[in-house]
Design a binder for this molecule. Structure first.
Ligand code: NAD
Length: 277
């Protein structure tokens, strides 16, 4: 079985560098995909309240036969639940659906700057960590000014920022800010949702040179950049394929060829404007 490296976080804990996401999968689909993923060797599972599949995800975790402390489970507080008390309640509800006593990582899903509640929301995450219900506190879709504000106002640095990153949206400036702040980058839609990106001729050429798939090339590239990546698939063969990225190495020439693919092109919403409502 593939050994997935653990990478250190700024609170003294670690996270598996490659994980499994369940966005756009219904509850029953998540149950079966997460079961397949854990069986294949994934240990990091990424869900969210808004995905409406915390119950199926939790059932797969309960049934998988892998010890709870070997798994790393993430969920996220949704935009309409932001605020200190609201977040504490949303956390309880997520934990009920997941069937877990303790969570590894809780993220603020989007900053929603227009509502300006993300600092209070982050304070609730810190409270949950102090109470021992949560191992680590993090954020998602935060821009540098949002990150700096939560750090300045609370004195706590999120362990990671889960943001859209893939070869068509490489975000070098944001990754540099993360490096300076000691925040790990976790790449969402690491495969660009499969659309177009995985048909890119440059990726096809690199993949052919190594005898692997374009998806494997892209995942290896994320890991080489020091990011955590959480690809999603509901197809068992792809779930296994996306984990099999440790048997080859990209060359410097491969990496610079991928570097040239950056178009600054998002598949998801703009974090400065998205309200989710
Ligand atoms: P992804 O980049 O992981 O792409 C998934 C799609 O790529 C699949 O549906 C499939 O069509 C294709 N695919 C997967 N493996 C493949 C393979 N080996 N070969 C060919 N095609 C393949 O997209 P995603 O699901 O949007 O992102 C991954 C995870 O990131 C999500 O499940 C979720 O957990 C997280 N996410 C978070 C946010 C956020 O706002 N925090 C937003 C989007 C996604």
């Amino acid at each position: 079985m593939t050994a997935i490296p653990d990478i250190p976080l700024n609170d003294g804990t670690t996270i598996p560098q490659l994980g499994f996401g369940v966005f756009q999968v219904d509850d029953e689909g998540a149950h079966s995909a997460v079961a397949t993923a854990i069986d294949a060797g994934y240990r990091l599972i990424d869900t969210a309240r808004v995905y409406r599949n915390e119950r199926g995800t939790g059932r797969a975790i309960a049934e998988c036969g892998v010890a709870r402390d070997e798994l790393y489970v993430t969920t996220k507080v949704w935009n309409s639940d932001q605020g200190f008390d609201e977040t504490l309640r949303a956390f309880d509800a997520s934990m009920d659906r997941l069937g877990l006593a303790r969570l590894d990582l809780y993220l603020i899903h989007w900053p929603v700057p227009s509502r300006d509640r993300y600092v209070d929301t982050f304070r609730a995450l810190v409270r949950l960590r102090e109470e021992g219900r949560l191992r680590s506190v993090g954020v998602s879709n935060f821009q540098p000014d949002h990150l700096r504000r939560v750090i300045d106002d609370t004195g706590v640095t999120p362990v990671l920022n889960q943001v859209e990153v893939h070869p068509y949206l490489q975000q070098p400036d944001l990754l540099e800010v993360h490096r300076q702040l000691g925040v790990v980058t976790e790449a969402w839609s690491p495969l660009g949702q499969g659309k177009g990106l995985l048909d890119d001729p440059a990726l096809a050429r690199i993949a052919a040179r190594h005898g692997v798939s374009p998806a494997q090339v892209v995942l290896r590239w994320h890991l080489d950049r020091g990011c955590v990546a959480i690809p999603k698939s509901v197809t068992p063969s792809r779930i296994v394929e996306n984990l099999d990225v440790f048997g080859f190495e990209l060359t410097d020439a491969d990496a610079s060829e991928i570097g040239e693919l950056d178009r600054g092109e998002r598949v998801g919403p703009d974090p400065d404007r998205f309200t989710g409502e």
